[in-house]
Design a protein around this ligand. Structure first.
Ligand code: SF4
Length: 466
């Protein structure tokens, strides 16, 4: 089958028609299905049984650092705004205690191939604190030293420089992701995140000089005062910076859910047509500049490992978006983090005080999660294949899961028929294939197979597709 992924078709009328709410499928089932009936016993049991697999999976660790120095008004993350670095020391103490409790549950031979620091602002931690944190991870987990390891960190460029990234490289980090969002001064002021391009250049130069293997930047479209002309300038500047990957996220304005967003000037937000045009310009400029469209909001240089993984059919989707590492069990550490161990999702408390109390009480800070039943696991695999590769070989899939494809998915296929009539997918006896016209709407294709979404009222909890 030809690869549709690198050549998605932008059809504004079609995209506008399908611009409803829907999940991003960084997991299936999605987080709203997690339940508080799940507790640490279920997580411990899942880890024990993952150790018993004939070849236990490697590990991917996510560490959440919740602190930020100031609020960005578009933010929907779980974070604590503070200038008190002492708070970080308290948190690091509790994180170490969580490592001590979680690490011995895993077979010590299981290597950590992936590490990701997210937030909040991970570089709220200065270099000595970051080194200490990495040292502590190394003492407790079997951290890979292989060149292929992917050890990454999200950086706020306002609080980092070349020296900081050199220190990170010396401590074993080799990937970074920079939050840019937009270089336009008026937009930056409106979202309370003022930063200059010179600092971003300095960090990127420094990271390249000390061997960082992949540098990614984040942009957001749909912010106040953005228009196609201003965003074109930002895109030109980003292209000149030549990052290996670019994520261009659609801003989801949900002020009823995220307090910070109430400070945005709602009247200055671009309307739906402008937002679509912003996305269209992003797609056009990045693909003309040699970036491959990976899927959803992600672009990568053709020589980047993400583009290789897409071509090789090994691309994965997890809580951080698209990823190259197959079959890792994900260990989430810190407040609000999510683990994915075999057929289980487990989430830590989002509240800092509860996190500390649970650790003090000798517990793992798990408050919710989910054990996937057989149907969940089947659909998870199918949705992952659609989101990453845009196609399903029905015969092979049915054979692997010992089911009759058309009978098992009869309701789902009925929903999919409507998308087929609009030219988003092709369905025949052997395969389902997302078309070039449908690739930008692949979430809609996946949504047809989401058992929970079609239970009443569930769709309203998600952001808009564009
Ligand atoms: S966008 Fe990032 S830096 Fe800004 S407040 Fe949110 S988590 Fe902090």
């Amino acid at each position: 089958m030809a690869n549709v992924i690198s050549a998605p078709q932008f059809d504004a009328e079609l995209l506008a028609r399908y611009d409803t709410t829907g999940p991003r499928y960084t997991s299936y089932p999605t987080a709203p299905q997690f339940s508080d009936v799940f507790d640490e016993r279920s997580l411990r049991a899942a880890i024990a049984s993952s150790n018993e697999e004939p070849i236990p999976s490697a590990l991917s660790i996510y560490v959440h650092v919740p602190f930020c120095l100031s609020p960005c008004f578009y933010c929907g993350c779980n974070r604590v705004i503070t200038r008190d670095v002492g708070k970080a020391d308290t948190y690091l103490g509790y994180l170490r205690r969580e490592f001590e409790r979680v690490a011995p549950l895993f077979d010590p031979d299981r290597e950590v191939h992936q590490l990701h620091f997210g937030g909040g602002t991970p570089n709220f931690l200065d270099l000595p604190r970051m080194r200490k944190l990495l040292g502590s991870l190394r003492r407790h987990f079997n951290m890979s030293t292989h060149a292929e390891r992917e050890f990454g960190i999200e950086l706020d460029p306002r609080h980092a420089d070349a020296e900081y990234v050199r220190g990170l490289a010396e401590a074993g980090m080799n990937r970074l992701s920079l939050g840019i969002q937009d270089f336009d001064p008026r937009v930056q002021q409106a979202v309370n995140r003022v930063q200059n391009i010179e600092r971003v250049e300095e960090i990127m130069r420094g990271a390249r000089a000390c061997g960082f293997r992949s540098i990614s930047v984040d942009l957001i479209y749909g912010l106040p005062y953005q228009n196609v002309d201003t965003f074109t300038r930002t895109l030109e500047q980003v292209i000149l910076l030549n990052p290996d990957r670019i994520a261009a996220y659609s801003y989801a304005h949900l002020p009823q859910m995220f307090k910070a967003q109430r400070q945005l000037e709602a009247a200055a937000l671009p309307d739906a047509a402008t937002k679509l045009a912003l996305f269209g310009r992003t797609l056009e400029m990045l693909t003309s500049a040699g970036y491959v469209y990976i899927g959803m909001d992600h672009f990568a240089r053709a020589d980047n490992e993400l583009a290789f993984a897409q071509r090789a059919g090994t691309l994965q989707r997890n809580f951080q978006g698209y990823s190259t590492h197959r079959d890792c069990d994900i260990v989430g550490l810190g407040v609000s983090s999510i683990s994915s161990i075999g057929p289980v999702y487990s989430q830590n408390t989002r509240d800092l005080k509860t996190y500390y109390n649970m650790i003090d009480g000798g517990r793992l800070p798990v408050v919710r999660g989910m054990e996937l039943d057989e149907d969940d696991q089947i659909r998870r695999e199918l949705i992952n294949m659609l989101m990453c590769h845009g196609k399903i070989d029905k015969i092979r899939f049915a054979h692997r899961h010992r089911l009759l494809f058309d009978a098992y998915f009869s309701d789902d296929l009925e929903r999919l028929e409507m998308l087929a009539r609009d030219g988003l997918v092709e369905i025949d006896t052997r395969k389902i294939k997302v078309t070039e016209r449908g690739w930008l709407l692949v979430r809609h294709v996946a949504m047809c197979f989401d058992r929970y979404l079609h239970q009443s009222g569930n769709q309203a909890r998600f952001s808009r597709v564009i």
